[in-house]
Structures are given as C-alpha cells and as structure tokens.
Design a protein around this ligand. Structure first.
Ligand SMILES: [Fe+2]
Length: 313
C-alpha cells in the first residue's frame, strides 16, 4: 500500500478537549502514519536514495561529550538501507529535509494530515507545511532549543524522551527568541539542569505523536535504540504575527536601542513591526542558512561505527 486511506483519520484518539489544547499545550496523540507504508525501512531506504543532496543532512556526534561535533557526512555509494543500518550502530543523525518538495506521495500525506487538523480545530488555518524524516542513532540527543514555527514530532520506530519546558521568559527570554528568528545563533539556548524539574516529559513510542506550544523550549534524548521519527511544521496567521513582532523587536533593539519592546501581537504596532521585519530582510543583514561547505565523512557499510572519514584535500 502506498498511500493513506483518506477515509480513515491519521489521529486515532482525538478527544473533544484537544481542539482547545492544540497549539497551547503539549499533547500526545496516537497516529496511524505507519499504515501508509511510506515509513518502513525499505520505503525510507528508497527515500534516502531519492533525496537531493542538499536536502540530506547528516551529522556525527562526539562519543565523549554526546554533543554534535559538527562533522558533516554524505551518503557516498551506500544504499539507503545501508545508511539506516550504519546509523543504527553508529553515532549519527540524519535529517531528510523538505520531503514534500521532491516526493509527491509524502506531500499528499502531509496535506491530508493538516486537512484533518483543520477539520478538528475550529478556525485553524495552516500553511507552509513541511515534512522531514529524522533517523538517529541510539542515545542521540537534540539539545535545548525552540523552533520558530508550529511543530509536531511523530514517532515511527524506537523510543525517545522529549522534555517540553514551560513557555515563559524564565525558560526562554524574548531576546533569545529574537536571536533564533534573526538567525544570529545556531547554538543551543541557555539551559540549566534545574529546568528539568519544570519540564513535562514524554517517552514517545511508535504510533505516538507530540505537539507543543509555539516557542516552548524542548530537548530530546533517544533511548538506546535506533530512532525513526517524522517532523511536521506549519504556520498560521497567529504564528506569523508572533514571528513579525519578535522579529521587529529584534530589529528595534539592534537599530534603535529599545530595551523592552512589547510582545503583544494585536493592534497597529504589528504592522509597524512587520514592516520593519521586511525592511530588515531587504537590507540583507540576515546570515545565510546552514550551507555545508565540506563533508567530513561518508556512510561506510563495512565500518564498525558506520562511517569513514574523508581526507581533507
Ligand atoms: Fe525542535
């Protein structure tokens, strides 16, 4: 079977209260993505082979510190299945990005998922949908951070622990949201061990998905097993207005020295701030994305840790 039966909802345990909670609280729901047949190892192996090189993110993690060591990899001559096997026994992280742009059957699935959410949540209108696949090694971590758009995480295989922190200035200062939006930092956000006392934790199992409020900081820790997860992103008018306000505030802090700009996103000031956001973009002062200039390793099916280093030229 290659496509989801659209007569059957992808979320199987939706309750009336979820329409109130969606987007405002972390909620865990059960899903049937696996029944689409698009996320078996074989299907994902083929997907990896189809993935344009610039959309295939591959990083290795430092064994001693668990931190990403900013070593970037490539598939090389490996098959997609070999890559998944290599990640299963190595210390790596693969991000198959923007799948809907180059694999139409996944776009169809993505659109049907958001059509379902829009049918379930009155007034919800989403756009700029994005779907990616994350394949990560046992015990891999994603460090404390927040995202600029609506996010959900769908578990396919393996188990991961997700820590979701309260959406407040204590856990993520507006200044740091601005930094993310202005793309001034690719670093982790400031994190203290005691934050965990205030986190809600979820052990996400296959067939479960998690969504959380905009800008809620989170971090992820794989259990000791290969993890295959799907990420979906979306925007709404509210998310866009919030983006414009924080973005505009970031510009105001930087150009006008305003220290405590408002983060309300109603009223006329939104338009002023959105205008300054556009202006800032026009000025071209944003740093560019994560363009990888050099690949440090490639997948190696015969290597014990699944990779071999590429000699510097
Ligand atoms: Fe995230």
């Amino acid at each position: 079977m290659n496509s989801m039966n659209l007569n059957n909802d992808v979320i199987t345990d939706w309750q009336p209260q979820h329409e109130l909670l969606f987007g405002h609280h972390a909620i865990r729901l059960r899903h049937r993505l696996a029944e689409s047949g698009l996320f078996t190892r074989e299907a994902l192996g083929r997907l990896i082979e189809r993935c344009p090189k610039h959309e295939l993110g591959l990083e290795s993690m430092c064994v001693e510190t668990d931190r990403p060591d900013r070593m970037f990899g490539e598939l090389g001559d490996a098959t997609g299945m070999q890559a998944i096997d290599a990640i299963e026994r190595g210390r790596m992280w693969m991000n198959v990005r923007r799948v809907m742009d180059w694999a139409p059957e996944y776009r169809k699935l993505l659109d049907s998922v958001f059509a379902e959410f829009e049918a379930r949540v009155p007034g919800l209108k989403t756009f700029k949908h994005n779907i990616g696949v994350l394949i990560s090694s046992p015990n891999a971590k994603v460090f404390y951070h927040a995202d600029i758009q609506g996010q959900s995480l769908w578990q396919i295989s393996g188990v991961k622990r997700v820590y979701v922190y309260p959406r407040s200035d204590v856990f993520l200062k507006p200044r740091n949201i601005e930094k993310i939006l202005l793309r001034e930092t690719t670093e982790d956000m400031p994190y203290q061990g005691w934050f965990d006392d205030y986190a809600t934790t979820f052990d996400l199992h296959p067939g479960e998905m998690l969504t959380w409020p905009l800008y809620a900081p989170h971090r992820v820790q794989n259990h000791d097993c290969l993890n295959i997860s799907v990420t979906m992103e979306h925007w709404t008018d509210d998310i866009w207005r919030s983006y414009a306000v924080h973005y505009g505030n970031g510009v105001m802090r930087r150009t006008l020295g305003v220290q405590k700009p408002s983060t309300r996103h109603d009223g006329l000031s939104v338009y002023a701030k959105a205008a300054s956001a556009l202006l800032w973009k026009k000025l071209g002062r944003q740093t560019t994305g994560d363009v990888v200039k050099r690949r440090n390793f490639r997948i190696d099916a015969n290597s014990p840790n699944g990779l071999s280093l590429i000699a510097a030229s």
